[in-house]
Each structure stands twice: as C-alpha cells, then as structure tokens.
Design a protein around this ligand. Structure first.
Ligand code: C2E
Ligand code: MG
Ligand code: MG
Length: 650
C-alpha cells in the first residue's frame, strides 16, 4: 500500500540549490574583496603616515643641520672681523638663525608620536641650548676684543657640542631610515598576503561557480529530458529512445503502452488538485518501478503516460500497474483509494515508428475510455475504420439535421402495479440511408466534439411539437422526459433556452421532464443545482439519469433537488443472476431514494420477474423492453390509446 501524505509534494529544487551556490559565491567574493581592500587601505594609511612623518622630520633635521652650520660659520666670521658694525650685523643674523632653528626643532617635536624619538629631541634640544649659551659668551668675548679666548672657547667646547648635536641628528636619521625600511617591508608583506587571500578566494569562487554550472547543466538536462512535476522522463526522451531502438531494428521487440488514470478528473475534484498531484507523483513511482532494463516510461501530459515494454514482459508490467491501492493521509484522517490504469496497447511491427505507435495506442485508449467494462484495449486495424466513421458522423451531422434525418422515438414508462402507461422517454434515432442508427453510435462522438447540445434542442423542440400534436389529436399526453447532455451546464443560458421553447410552443410544463446524467453533477455541481432550481420554479420536473454508474451518487442526491431518480439498468444484472446481496442493495437504494422524497424509476426492465422484484421493494415505475422498446411516434400514439399492458411470463 502506497501512503500519500496530505499534499506532500517534495521535489528536489535544483534552482534553489543553484541560487544558493551563486549566493555563497557572491558572498565569498564580496567578503574577500572587502577584507582585501580594507586591509590594503589600513596598511597604506599607516604606511603613508609613517613615511610622511619621517620625511617631514628628516627635512627638519636636515634644515636644522644646515642652519647650524650657517650659524657656526657666522660665529667664526664674528670672531674674524674687527668691524663693530659687521659684528653687530652678524650677531643679529645669528639670532635670526637661532629663532629659525628653534622653530624647526619645535616643528620636529610636534611630529613626534612615539616616545622613542623624544630622547633624540631632548638630546638635540639640550645640545642646542648649551651651544647657544656658549655662542653668547663667544660673542661677548669677541666684542670685547678677546678673540684668542673666544677662538679657544669655540674650538674646545662649541665645536664639540655642534659635533654632538650632529651625531644625534645622524643617529636619528639612521633610525628614521630604518623605520621607513620596515614600513616598506610591512607593505610588501601585506601585498604578498593580500595576493594569497585573493588567490584563495578565487579558488573558492571558482569552486562555487563550477558547482553552480554543474547544477545549471543538470537543470537544463532535466528540463530537456524530464517532466517538471513528476520528474519522470518526458515524451521527447521516449521518442529519441524509440528512434534509437528503430535504428538498431529492436523497436519491433516492444509493445507500446498508453496508460491513463481512470477517472483522474474525479480524483482531482474530490480530493483537490494538490492531493491529485501527490497521487500522480506516487503513481509515477509505481510506473518507474515496473519498468525494467531496456524499457522506458514517460509522461505524455496530464495523467497520461507512454511506455515501451518488451513483449515478453508486457503481462507482468500490466498487472503491476493495473490497480494501485493508495492510502491518502488527509489532515489527520485517512482514505483508501484504488488508482486504476486504463491502457491502450500497440503491438509494434517491423515498419512502425513512434508516430504510428502513438496513433494506434490513442485509438485503443479511446476505446477503453468509451467502454464501461474494459480497462485494457489492444489496437486493431479496424479502429482506423471506426475513426473514419466518427469523422463521417461529424462531417454529415449538419446536413443530417437539415434533412431531418434525426427522428424522436418514445419509450414508455409504466406503473409496475397497475401496468398503466405513465410517461415516456424521448430517445433520438438517426435514420441514415434507410437504416436506424442507435444513439450510442453517434451521441458520444457528438458529445466529444461539443455538437450534441444542438441535437438535444432539436429533439426537445420535436418533443414540444409532438405534445402539441397529441393535444390536437385529442389524446391525453403523458409526461415526456428529454435527455440533455452535461455539456449544456457550461451554457449560462441553458435554463432560459429550455423555458423559451416551452413558451414558444405553449406546452404545459407538467408534460415535461428533463433528464441529466449523474456524471453531470460532480463535474459542475453548482451549475446543475442552479438549473434544477430554475426548472422547479417553472414547474418542470428533473431526473437524474443512469443513477449508480458514477461515484458520488449518494452525496450528490442528498444535495440535489431532483424529482426523479432513474436507476441504471446495471442494477438489474445482479438480480438476474440471483445475487441476494444485489437484491438487498437495490432494496436499500430504492428505500433511501424514497426517504429523500424522490421518485424512483428503474430502467432496463426486461422480465416479469424483474418487474415483480421491483414491485416487492416498493419501486413504483419501470421502463424497459418488457413493456416496449423505444417506439416511433405513431406507434407510441397507439399505446396512449390503450394505456394498459397485458404481460405474459416468458
Ligand atoms: P438513456 O437515457 O439511459 O436511455 C435508456 C437507454 O436504454 C435507451 O437506449 C433505451 O433504448 C435502452 N433501454 C430501454 N429499455 C431497455 C431494456 O429493457 N434493456 C436494454 N438493454 N436497454 C434498454 P438508447 O435509446 O440506445 O439510448 C442510449 C443513450 O443515448 C441514452 O441512454 C441516452 O444517454 C442517450 N441519448 C438518447 N437520446 C438522446 C438525446 O436526445 N440527447 C442526449 N444527450 N442523449 C441521448
Ligand atoms: Mg435517459
Ligand atoms: Mg439511463
């Protein structure tokens, strides 16, 4: 038993995976680029700072050094000259240079940011202070004319302190150069590590991009070869495989299977399309599991699948997919269903190709669809003839309507107890080339082509005319039921058009009954119940035809206000075979319908025994060959004149 969870449709979402990968790749890229640029920015700021400061300080140092030499030279010139004015000028100039040196030293100190360099500043500063005070003394001595002492003084202490200052400055320069070199090395190292980070992120980026690419390829491959929802192969893939088999002359070893879920539309409507999808996915798993090596199955669209199965395995395959029990787990409750496969089968010949296989399988499946009993149909060449005949029906329909080839027959409805004629059903016949064609040979075709609605109104109009004619003849008409296809329910003016004809022909609504099949209900319940309501308001009875052949009969009946329920003739089959269970069932169904205040009529009554059984279970009305087959109008009129049936046991 396959368990289908409530709306559970898990699909691998490759696009999501691809999106995630691309996102990861993009995030890695963005993070790597941000780290790299932030680091590089920080480094270059630091580097620039160190460089700028050091260059500035070096400049100050060099300026101080050259100013000091200039100053020293002035001191020598002061000692050398005897001209007082010269001395005074030189002394003033020396003072200006001292101020300049002070300013340079102050500027130097302002650029200092590490404690280390402060010692240089202090040493140079104190050296300069002692030099300047010594120079003052020298100027004094020199002004007093004691040049000898001044020279001595100059040579002994001043030159030494200048030398000392210069040494400090040289040592500072060496250190500053070293620091700049370190900064440069740092920068180079940073560039190398940045290169490494860049390379690593490039590798990761490429990795995720490659994964995204692989996923992209898988997605496009999947899109080309697989069906999106069920993830099974698509028809293109199957066609390619069939072509390959054909080239190898192996296609003739296979059988073409066109599988379709029986009444999937009903499953979808009853359980909702999401659960329908989940059922479809579970169904595909069974199909995939039933296919063996060398075979192939693909989705052909909707609930249709096409498979190529090896001839010797066909029975095994068909029994694996025939009936699939499933348990639906629906919001806490569980429901058991059987998914039934309907198949069109095509025995592949040497010259066949995929197009012929598909055409043949489609015809076979159509026959299975129209059959009430067969779920598996093999293609037969005559099916092409039937198809041509169907096409003939469509091609000739308009002309046949114009030439009045359609004629209305009436089948009596009889009260079982009194054997009195109590109504009739209008049934169409096509008198084609002098032969009477039964409706089963053309109604389903017209229904498929959407043309049956025109015929229904044609029949109904004839019914109205016949009723009027009977009145004119002085006959008392019985209520006539007319069949209307479920296709009318798509027409919002359906009720209005029915009423319009009654109005035109001035027919008493009491003589009219409208038959709609049970299958109309679950396909378009709202339109059906609206129609029934409109008819009720106009005093026209409605009946549910072929009751018991569909699915939701009971619930439909509960919600739909029809006047009459027509039990399908299949109900009588079991009774004929003497099945007690079937008898019980008919009895209960009849009682239940009566409990719901509906009238019951049973169709297809052929024997007195059937009629008596129906009477015994309180079914009042019957219709069937026991009383009459559908009769031409004139024949039926004779029944109206002699409305009591004399029955003989067979
Ligand atoms: P239905 O509406 O269920 O009509 C009852 C069918 O059962 C008729 O077949 C009738 O001839 C047949 N029948 C009656 N008594 C017996 C019996 O004792 N034994 C057996 N074996 N069959 C019996 P018919 O006339 O061939 O019509 C077949 C179906 O065609 C109808 O089934 C109805 O669905 C459709 N049909 C007929 N006329 C029209 C029409 O004007 N419009 C539409 N939409 N459908 C029509
Ligand atoms: Mg009917
Ligand atoms: Mg019927």
């Amino acid at each position: 038993m396959i368990v289908v969870k409530d709306g559970e449709i898990k699909q691998k979402n490759l696009s999501l995976q691809m999106g995630l990968n691309t996102l990861i790749a993009a995030i890695i890229g963005i993070i790597a680029i941000s780290i790299l640029s932030y680091n590089t920015y920080q480094l270059s700021v630091r580097h620039n700072h160190i460089m700028d400061d050091n260059y500035a300080r070096l400049n100050y140092m060099n300026s101080i050094s050259s100013k000091l030499y200039e100053h020293e030279a002035l001191v020598f010139r002061h000692m050398a000259t005897e001209d007082e004015e010269d001395r005074a000028r030189l002394q003033r100039r020396a003072e200006v240079i001292e101020d300049e040196i002070d300013w340079l030293l102050k500027s130097f100190s302002e650029t200092l940011n590490s404690g280390d360099y402060e010692t240089y500043y202090h040493s140079i500063n104190s050296g300069l202070r002692s030099y300047f005070s010594n120079v003052d003394m020298i100027f004094d001595l020199s002004n007093k004319g004691d040049v000898k002492t001044a020279v001595y003084y100059m040579q002994s202490s001043i030159s030494a302190s200048v030398q000392k200052i210069n040494d400090y400055m040289t040592s500072y320069n060496t250190r500053a150069n070293l620091e700049m070199l370190e900064a440069k090395t740092d920068m180079q190292k940073a560039i190398i590590s940045a290169r490494r980070v860049a390379a690593a992120s490039l590798v990761m980026l490429s990795f995720f991009t490659i994964i995204s690419l692989i996923l992209c390829l898988r997605i496009s491959n999947r899109m080309m070869n697989r069906d999106h929802m069920t993830e099974t192969l698509n028809f293109t893939k199957l066609s390619q495989y069939a072509d390959k088999l054909k080239r190898k002359d192996k296609l003739k070893d296979y059988v073409g299977v066109y599988a379709n879920i029986k009444d999937f539309k009903y499953i979808n409507q009853n359980y909702g399309s999401r659960r329908g999808d989940a059922i479809l996915i579970a169904y595909v798993k069974v199909l995939d599991g039933a296919v063996k090596k060398g075979e192939i199955v693909s989705r052909y669209g909707g609930d249709s699948f096409v498979a190529l199965i090896l001839r010797e395995r066909i029975n095994e395959f068909l029994s694996a997919i025939a009936t699939i029990p499933m348990r639906l787990e629906l919001s806490g409750k569980s429901a058991d269903i059987e998914v039934i496969t309907r198949c069109g089968l095509y025995d592949i010949g040497t010259n066949d190709d995929i197009r012929e296989i598909i055409n043949g399988m489609t015809l076979a499946l159509n026959e299975a669809r129209n059959s009430k009993t067969l779920d598996r149909v093999w293609f037969r060449p005559e099916m092409y003839d039937d198809m041509m005949a169907e096409r003939g029906v469509i091609a000739e329909f308009d002309r046949a309507v114009k030439d009045h080839e359609f004629s209305v027959y009436y089948q009596p409805k009889v009260n079982i107890a009194t054997r009195e004629l109590s109504g009739c059903e209008a049934l169409v016949r096509w008198i084609r080339d002098g032969k009477v064609v039964p409706p089963d040979d053309f109604i389903p075709i017209l229904e498929q082509e959407g043309r049956v609605t025109q015929l229904d109104f044609y029949v109904f109009e004839q019914v109205c005319r016949d009723i009027k004619d009977w009145e004119r003849q002085g006959l008392t008409p019985v209520r006539v039921s007319s069949n209307f296809s479920k296709l009318h329910l798509r027409n919002p003016r359906f009720a209005a058009e029915v009423l319009n004809l009654i109005e035109i022909y001035k027919v008493d609504p009491d003589y009219i009954e409208i038959e709609l099949t049970e299958s109309s209900g679950y396909e378009n319940f709202r339109a059906l119940s609206g129609f029934v309501e409109n008819m009720r308001l106009a005093g026209i009875q409605t009946s549910m035809d072929d009751f018991g052949t569909g699915y939701s009969s009971l619930s439909l009946l509960k919600d739909l206000d029809v006047d009459v329920v027509k039990l399908d003739k299949t109900f009588l089959q079991g009774i004929e075979e003497g099945s007690k269970t079937d008898e019980k069932m008919v009895e209960n169904v009849v009682h239940m319908i009566k409990d719901l205040d509906r009238k019951v009529i049973c169709e297809g009554v052929e024997t007195v025994e059937q009629a008596e059984f129906l009477k015994s279970v309180d079914c009042v009305m019957a219709q069937g060959y026991l009383y009459d087959k559908p009769l031409p109008k004139e024949e039926f009129e004779k029944r109206m004149l002699h409305p009591i049936y004399e029955l003989k046991r067979a």
